[in-house]
Write a protein that binds this ligand. Structure first.
Ligand code: GLN
Length: 510
């Protein structure tokens, strides 16, 4: 079947290819499992896994950061294996199955099972997440103007999962026990797989997402067919990753690596390698390409700073909610993880309409200004938490409204940066470096978790009482938030001041 008939034959729903809605629901359920589990993760580590340690917060911060860094870094490898061997469909299946198993293993009450489960989720997400996102793009012909709105619909699916899951998994965990919450996350992932499988059965994807060629799966490496070797290696890598995650203690007390664990050191290595390779690419590029690549690197760097503060939501902010927010029976600390996604759902369409409206009047700010403003919003959102301490009651609890306002502002910042940046990456990168630049963009979330880990360790409370809270913790957190606010606002101002220059480097790209 030729490419054109392949596209024109597609059944349309709401003006979009039918396949979009299968990917929408599959991703919705996958994110349901991901964020349902994330809502419980920090609290589960503090209250169960590291319960006996006085440094339970520190250990939790270290493991949470390593998990987050690896869960996003694995997407670079999963994307590459999909391009060269498995194809998107097989990768999504493999990833989904591994993630579902991971969530069910979490339902087993055992510390070693805990680290193994996180590793299975890391490997599974590496295969699932990048490939389902790229799959969306393949549903549209090159230059199809509906593509952007297709991605907006898909981003909605992500956040519906991210909104509902913490509410349900958090409720189950509080009412029946942690493992029911984790179990529900696993059920969510299985539902996602069933949706995806039914899409394939109904042939809604045409010939898209298949392996790069017929022979590649059957080609033997070390005497084993590649189609079998990849899943076997993926499963075998899990115990190794589990080992890395469980080695959360500092490698040295003094010197270069003081206070760092193995995963921190690995990420320092990855960072140096990526930067060296980027310098090499820029050296080889033409002057115009070099300018644009430089902007792509800058934007990725700003995005890393933003996610580094934003991703504190699953760690320090969850602990702050548990220890210092008067939740007034509105929701549990785990459930507060749903607030960011809730605001994204409310704000995504109005903000994208605002850009269109501003464009019509030629007022649409160019990308660097949006990034500067995004960081400012992040800074102000943390400032709200920083000043919340002044309204604490006699138990050291602050009103819930502060948290609500904080997530409202942070979500605006996210919408100013994340979707805008993603689409700019494709414009700024020469085609021959595109895959690598997209990989670097995904790595920005991975590196952000190193920032999350650093802050989490600084704000770790050491105590013999695992139910620590009140004024003992309030001051530590609000002091930390104040510092974060200053850094984020400072970064935002620097980006805004540098924007005229960055704008020049971008040429005609908006
Ligand atoms: N919330 C988005 C998602 O889950 C982006 C998260 C990120 O890149 N850190 O897909």
């Amino acid at each position: 079947m030729s490419e054109t008939t392949e596209f024109s034959n597609q059944k349309q729903i709401l003006g979009h290819p039918q396949g979009l809605f299968y990917l929408f629901f599959a991703e919705l359920w996958e994110r349901f499992s991901f964020y349902g589990m994330r809502a419980l993760l920090t609290l589960y580590m503090v209250n169960v896994i590291f319960e006996a340690l006085a440094e339970r917060d520190f250990a939790t911060a270290a493991v949470y950061a390593s998990y987050g860094s690896l869960v996003y870094a694995s997407t670079v490898i999963g994307g590459k294996i999909s391009d060269q061997i498995l194809g998107m469909r097989n990768s999504i299946f493999l990833g989904g199955v591994l993630m579902a198993i991971g969530h069910f293993v979490l339902a087993i009450e055992n510390n070693m099972a805990f680290f193994l489960a996180l590793s299975l989720i890391i490997v599974g997400n590496g295969f699932f997440k990048p490939n389902i996102s790229t799959f969306v793009g393949t549903l549209y012909e090159k230059g199809d103007p509906r593509k952007d709105s297709g991605f907006t619909i898909f981003y909605m699916g992500i956040n519906i999962g991210g909104w509902v899951a913490p509410l349900l998994c958090g409720w189950l965990a509080a009412k029946y026990g942690w493992h029911y919450g984790f179990g529900l996350a696993g059920v969510g992932m299985l539902t996602g797989l069933i949706v995806f499988w039914s899409g394939i059965k109904k042939n809604v994807f045409g010939n898209r997402g298949l392996p790069p060629n017929e022979e590649v799966l059957g080609k033997k490496v070390l005497g084993i067919k590649q189609g079998l070797l990849v899943p076997v290696l993926a499963v075998l890598s899990a115990p190794l990753i589990a080992f890395l995650l469980s080695a959360y203690k500092s490698v040295a007390t003094e010197g270069l690596f003081a206070g760092q664990n193995i995963v921190n050191i690995i990420f320092t290595g990855i960072g140096v390698t990526v930067l060296t390779y980027l310098a090499f690419i820029m050296y080889k590029a033409t002057l115009d390409e070099r300018k644009k690549l430089f902007v792509a690197v800058l934007l990725t760097f700003f995005m890393t700073i933003f996610w580094g503060f934003h991703e504190l939501s699953g760690s320090v902010i969850t602990l702050f909610a548990a220890r210092n927010i008067d939740l007034e029976g509105i929701m549990s600390a785990a459930q507060t993880n749903s607030l960011n996604s809730m605001f994204i759902i409310i704000l995504a369409i109005p903000i994208s309409m605002m850009w269109t409206w501003l464009s019509k009047n030629k007022w649409n700010p160019r990308t660097p200004y949006k990034f500067g403003l995004g960081l400012l919003f992040a800074g102000i959102s943390f400032y709200i938490l920083a000043i919340s301490g002044a309204s604490a009651n006699e138990n050291g609890l602050v009103p819930f409204a502060y948290l609500l306002l904080m997530y409202f502002l942070l979500s605006i910042g996210e919408l100013f940066m994340s979707p805008v940046g993603l689409s700019k990456m494709t414009d700024l990168s020469p085609v021959r470096f595109m895959a690598f630049i997209m990989g670097v963009w995904f790595l920005s979330s991975a590196f952000a978790f190193q920032i999350v880990g650093f802050i989490g360790k600084q704000l770790a409370i050491e105590s013999d009482d695992k139910n620590v809270g009140g004024f003992d913790t309030l001051e530590v957190y609000t002091g930390g938030f104040d510092l974060i606010a200053k850094y984020a606002i400072g970064a935002g101002v620097i980006v805004l001041v540098a924007s005229p220059l960055i704008k020049k480097l971008m040429g005609k790209i908006h």
